[in-house]
Design a protein around this ligand. Structure first.
Ligand code: HH2
Length: 285
């Protein structure tokens, strides 16, 4: 997991297939500029200089890319307006020239502005179901795209989610959304898939998805996994009311996700994850 290959990049979109641009394992650092994200909410809200500084430190610590989000998707969260989301992310993007950025948004206009300001990936937790114009915006720009599974919507998704076969349903969903993205003009080689840990899933659903990640990987696309600090980790450590997990639990989950086939790990604590995953990759050989 060398950081050297990123030093020569000056933002914008690489021509490489996603698995070459983000070899397994790659770390995606989380940068939320929201007042209410479940873990880092408020830390960078309203302070674009501080947010940009954090992003640069994440890259120095070995992140391949920073995922910038202006809308919380935590359970129970309300959406934000287009204007508000732009007010949050544009000043940060303007300060991130030369930094590899993914924009965590479901809105085409936010994606367009971010891509024009140098972002190279669009991370859409709605998997192109939120805004009918987003697929076209991604296709026109040549950006990378992450399609994530979510059952329901953030406001209600954790109210008793039920599946007959969580792995089968998530895999079928991602296959269908991959087909829709390709049909809309996004080349398959630019797309990664994400089982959406914590998005309309119980602790048991999340663990089964991680355990059987290989089934999702059979779709043939690199997998992005975001389990960092998620509440399932705290619950597994014995607190049924936990809203977040610890760093140690996050590292254990990330290494296990990598062992089960994940390529890109979306994390809050970049340096620690880079170190843990460097060792996990060395063991894998
Ligand atoms: N998780 C969150 C947000 N975006 N994107 C992908 N692709 N995968 C994830 O697992 C994922 C995601 C939720 O975490 P966080 O950004 O820390 O919190 P919030 O949504 O409250 O801002």
């Amino acid at each position: 997991m060398s950081t050297r290959r990123f030093e020569a990049r000056v933002g914008g979109v690489s021509a490489e297939p996603i698995e070459l641009r983000f070899p397994r394992p790659s770390v995606m650092g989380i940068l939320n500029v929201t007042p209410d994200s479940f873990s880092d909410g408020g830390v960078h809200f309203g302070d674009p200089d501080a947010a940009a500084g954090s992003a640069r430190r994440m890259i120095e610590a070995g992140a391949a890319i920073v995922d910038l989000g202006g809308e919380s998707t935590r359970p129970g969260a309300d959406g934000v307006s287009l204007d508000e989301e732009l007010r949050r992310v544009v000043p940060v993007l303007e300060r991130l020239e030369g930094v590899p950025v993914s924009i965590d948004t479901a809105k085409a206009e936010v994606a367009r502005r971010a891509l024009a300001l140098g972002a190279e990936m669009v991370n859409d937790v709605t998997a192109l179901r939120g805004d009918p114009e987003l697929a076209g915006a991604v296709a026109d720009s040549g950006a990378y795209l992450c399609l994530m599974h979510m059952k329901g919507e953030p406001r209600s998704m954790q109210r008793n989610p039920v599946y007959d076969d969580v792995v089968g349903e998530v895999t079928a969903f991602l296959e269908e959304r991959l087909g829709a993205a390709v049909a809309a003009g996004v080349p398959e080689e630019r797309i990664c898939l994400d089982p959406g840990i914590g998005f309309g899933k119980t602790v048991e659903h999340n663990m089964e998805l991680l355990r059987r990640l290989g089934v999702v990987a059979e779709l043939g696309r690199p997998l992005l996994v975001g389990v960092s600090r998620k509440s399932s980790l705290g619950r597994l450590l014995g607190d049924p009311a936990a809203t977040r997990g610890t760093l140690a639990a996050s590292l254990g989950a990330a290494v296990s996700a990598f062992d089960h086939g994940a390529s890109i790990l979306r994390v809050h604590d970049v340096r620690e994850h880079v170190e843990a995953l460097t060792i996990a990759a060395a063991v894998e050989g």
